[in-house]
Write a protein that binds this ligand. Structure first.
Ligand SMILES: [Zn+2]
Length: 132
């Protein structure tokens, strides 16, 4: 299992936003479509006030003693959560355009200054536009 950590997941999240794999939620598990057509099973577990995650793909659960690598399946499952998606847009905006107003840009593009008024698809498109 891997401990969730924003820095570690940055690259995985970028790939997840680019690839946009098909995701199905089954109870506490997420089935994320892999590039080979199979599906990777992602689970999140809360333990000791920390969120841990695991993925059934070769990167997420290596057979040898190598440590698991954060994969885009976990990131994609995370980004199906609206709160995580909104947080990702805010952090991407402040990193890519630290001196520009997010609210003004939102208003010009979407007619609203409220990030939470955007659909999940629009939020993903903002991430892609920020080349996140
Ligand atoms: Zn994976």
């Amino acid at each position: 299992m891997l401990q969730l950590n924003k820095q570690i997941f940055q690259r995985a999240a970028q790939k997840a936003v680019r690839v946009q794999p098909l995701i199905e939620k089954h109870g506490a598990q997420y089935h994320v479509m892999r590039s080979d057509g199979g599906s990777a099973i992602v689970r999140f577990v809360a333990r000791n006030n920390t969120i841990w995650c695991e993925c059934s793909c070769p990167a997420g659960s290596p057979l040898s003693r190598q440590l698991p690598i954060p994969c885009y399946h976990v990131a994609a499952a995370l980004l199906t959560n609206r709160a995580n998606l909104i947080a990702a847009v805010r952090s991407a905006w402040h990193r890519v355009r630290p001196f520009a107003s997010l609210e003004t840009a939102l208003f010009e593009q979407f007619g609203t200054r409220d990030l939470t008024a955007l659909s999940n698809d629009d939020l993903r498109n903002v991430l892609i536009a920020l080349d996140w």
